[in-house]
Write a new protein. Structure first.
Length: 252
C-alpha cells in the first residue's frame, strides 16, 4: 500500500509539473496574474505557471483582419448610404489588452462601427465616392487614438463598398447626363466662335485684296467643274476683272 501511495504521489507531482509548463509560440504572449494581481508578461517559449497561485491569459500579437458590418450612414448633404469596411489591427501591449478591456476583439469591432458612422457623416457624398483614401486615413487615425488605451494598434482601414439606393443612382445618372450635354454644348459653341472668327478674318483679307476674291471664285468653279452634269457660266465682267488683276501682277 505504501508503494502504491508513493506512485500516486509521484504521478500527481509529474502531472502538476506538466500542467505547470506552457509553450507560447513566437506570435503569442502570456499575461500572468499571481493571486489575482498582474505579475508580468511572459513568452515566447517555455513558461512556468504555478497552479493555484498563478493564472495565464494567452494573447496573440498577429494582425487581425476584421470585417465591419454594413453601416447605414447619412452624409453631410443628407444622403443615406450603406458602407462596408475592413479594419486591420494588432495587439502591441498584451497587458493592456487583457486588463484595460474585457474583450478587445468585440470592443474594437463596436468602436469601428460607431467611428465609421461618425467620420463619414461629416463628409459630403461626393467626397465619399471620390476621396476614399483620405477618409480611410481619417477613420484609421480616429480608431487608433481610441484603441491606444487598450494596447491595440489600428494599422489600416479600407472602405470596401458604398451602396446608394436606386433613387439616388438614377438622380446621379441624370446629373451626369446633364453635365455631358452641358460640356458638349460648350464645345460646340467654342467651335462656332472660332469658325466665325476665321471667316471674319478671311472676309477682311478678301475685302482688302480684290484679286484674292477672284482667285477664290475660280477655285470654287474648279470644285464645281468636277461634276460634269453642271454647266458653268462665266460672267464677262468677272473675266475682265480677273484679266486686269493678272495684268497688274505682271506689271509688278
Amino acid at each position: 500500500m505504501e508503494g502504491l501511495g508513493v506512485v500516486i504521489v509521484l504521478v500527481f507531482v509529474v502531472a502538476l509539473l506538466v500542467y505547470s509548463f506552457r509553450v507560447l509560440r513566437e506570435y503569442e504572449r502570456g499575461v500572468v496574474f499571481q493571486l489575482g494581481r498582474f505579475w508580468k508578461v511572459k513568452g515566447p517559449g517555455l513558461v512556468l505557471v504555478i497552479p493555484g497561485i498563478q493564472q495565464m491569459v494567452r494573447v496573440g500579437l498577429r494582425t487581425v483582419t476584421m470585417d465591419v458590418p454594413s453601416q447605414d450612414v447619412i452624409s453631410r448633404d443628407n444622403v443615406s448610404v450603406r458602407v462596408d469596411a475592413v479594419v486591420y489591427f494588432r495587439v502591441v501591449d498584451a497587458a493592456k489588452a487583457v486588463i484595460q478591456v474585457e474583450n478587445y476583439l468585440i470592443a474594437t469591432s463596436w468602436l469601428a462601427q460607431t467611428t465609421l458612422r461618425a467620420v463619414l457623416g461629416k463628409h459630403l457624398l461626393d467626397e465619399m465616392l471620390a476621396d476614399r483614401e483620405r477618409l480611410n486615413i481619417a477613420i484609421q487615425q480616429t480608431l487608433d487614438t481610441q484603441t491606444d488605451a487598450w494596447g491595440v494598434k489600428v494599422t489600416t482601414v479600407e472602405l470596401k463598398q458604398i451602396d446608394l439606393n436606386e433613387t439616388m443612382v438614377r438622380a446621379m445618372a441624370r446629373q451626369a447626363e446633364a453635365e455631358r450635354e452641358r460640356r458638349s454644348k460648350i464645345i460646340l459653341a467654342e467651335a462656332e466662335q472660332q469658325a466665325s472668327q476665321k471667316l471674319l478674318e478671311a472676309a477682311r483679307t478678301l475685302a482688302e485684296q480684290p484679286e484674292a476674291m477672284q482667285l477664290r471664285y475660280l477655285q470654287t468653279l474648279t470644285v464645281i467643274a468636277g461634276d460634269r452634269s453642271n454647266t458653268i457660266v462665266f460672267p464677262v465682267d468677272m473675266l475682265a476683272a480677273f484679266a486686269q488683276a493678272l495684268g497688274r501682277g505682271k506689271g509688278v
